[in-house]
Design a binder for this molecule. Structure first.
Ligand SMILES: Nc1ncnc2c1ncn2[C@@H]1O[C@H](COP(=O)(O)OS(=O)(=O)O)[C@@H](OP(=O)(O)O)[C@H]1O
Length: 374
């Protein structure tokens, strides 16, 4: 630039000079500019070294001058790959990761490949109940930017406890300091050892229980089992020891899980009620945003998941997500959520309602909320 200015300043006088003297002057000026721009030591860079020009382009000019940045990026990467650090002074030799972080001239790896944050043990767990709507709650709450969740059921506190907490932590997603880690395993609610084990991990763990009318829940549970084992005895055969006498078989898991008051008693030995939040499985379907608002309040989160995120899918017959965390396109839960239930005769349903009524009333009293399962 300086050379050009100098040349322009000289031009007004050039008309007095001969063509030869202009040529000589041009050559002289070119030489001076060359020396000023490329002092000794930088002129004969080996290919692969980072030139000062490239460094500037990659650091602050990449967006404005993409063609330059593109030509420099491989050069810097090649220098690293070929061990260019060996020629740096000893004091500048750091472990590869630190050295990389300190160099502002190196191109960043694609955002998707960066590993932000650490794997942390969960701060909040959806502990139940099976077929209550646990997957819906997890998928809906994880839209929240401050929530990260393990995708699959870990079954750590009931089936995998021997593997230890580090194994469990390894299943968790990476989170930033401000983010909550969550998982869901619905069988926890009815496993005797689970409250004690979760409390031993952290007494501050927040617990979420999605509850649903125990009669509908039992039928949903049975319908699911039937898809895996078509030869199963009928629902009535399993649910009653003697149907004409109205004797319900509470040892059958599908029935036992619905005795919410009994299971909750076990949890209350280890956690205060204030640390357990109950989601209505019924309202989760009719008003997902309302239920999610309460979940966010309970977790101390800003209400970011709202009715904007849901739409009712008539084909599915359930609310679905307009914009899930990962893709950005609408999404309903899978086929195993929202199955058509096996038809059960009215008498059996009435008998089961009678059976559950006292347990339900007790449960409403314990949690201070009437879920109206009639
Ligand atoms: N939005 C939405 N979409 C689909 N399904 C929904 C939704 N909200 C709640 N539900 C109800 O969730 C029931 C399945 O509960 P879980 O996810 O807890 O099942 S499981 O224990 O994990 O197998 C499932 O039970 P079934 O209808 O009996 O299949 C649903 O009624």
């Amino acid at each position: 630039m300086a050379c050009v200015l100098l040349f322009n300043r000289l031009l007004p006088f050039s008309h007095r000079l001969t063509r030869t003297s202009i040529g000589v002057l041009s050559l002289l000026l070119s030489y001076l500019c060359y020396c000023a721009l490329f002092p000794a030591g930088t002129v004969m860079q080996k290919s692969g070294d980072v030139t000062p020009g490239c460094r500037r382009d990659a650091a602050d000019g990449a967006k404005r001058r993409p063609e330059k940045a593109a030509s420099c990026a491989p050069t810097a990467a090649d220098a690293r790959a070929s061990g260019a650090h060996a020629s740096r002074p000893r004091s500048d030799r750091r472990p590869p990761s630190t050295a990389r972080a300190a160099r502002s001239d190196t191109p960043s790896p694609p955002v998707g490949s960066l590993k932000f944050g650490n794997k942390k043990l969960p701060n909040a767990i959806i502990v139940g109940v099976k077929k209550g709507g646990t997957r819906a709650v997890l998928e809906f709450i994880r839209i929240h930017p401050d929530v990260r969740a393990a995708g699959t059921e870990t079954h750590f506190f009931d089936r995998n406890y021997d593997r230890g907490l580090e194994w469990y932590r390894g299943l968790m997603p990476r989170t930033l300091e401000s983010q909550i880690t969550m998982e869901k395993t619905p069988s926890y609610f009815v496993t005797k050892e689970t409250p004690r084990r979760i409390s031993a991990m952290s007494r501050d763990t927040k617990l979420i229980v999605v509850v649903r009318d125990p009669v509908t829940r039992a039928i949903s549970d049975y319908t699911q089992t039937l898809t895996k084992s078509p030869d199963l005895p009928s629902f009535q055969e399993l649910a009653f020891r003697n149907q004409s006498a109205g004797a319900v078989d509470a040892s059958w898991n599908a029935i036992r899980i619905g005795l919410y008051a009994l299971h909750l008693e076990n949890w209350l030995h280890y956690f205060p009620l204030s640390q357990i939040h109950f989601v209505s499985g019924e309202r989760l379907i009719t008003d997902p945003a309302g239920e999610l608002a309460r979940v966010q309040d309970f977790l101390g989160l800003k209400r970011i998941v709202t009715d904007k995120h849901f739409y009712f899918n008539r084909t599915k017959g359930f609310p679905c997500l307009k914009k899930p965390e990962s893709s950005g396109s609408p999404r309903c839960l899978g086929k195993s959520k929202g199955r058509t239930h096996v038809q059960i005769d009215r008498d059996a349903i009435e008998q089961l309602r009678d059976f559950y009524r006292p347990y339900n009333v007790k449960f409403y009293e314990m949690v201070g909320h009437d879920f109206k399962w009639e």
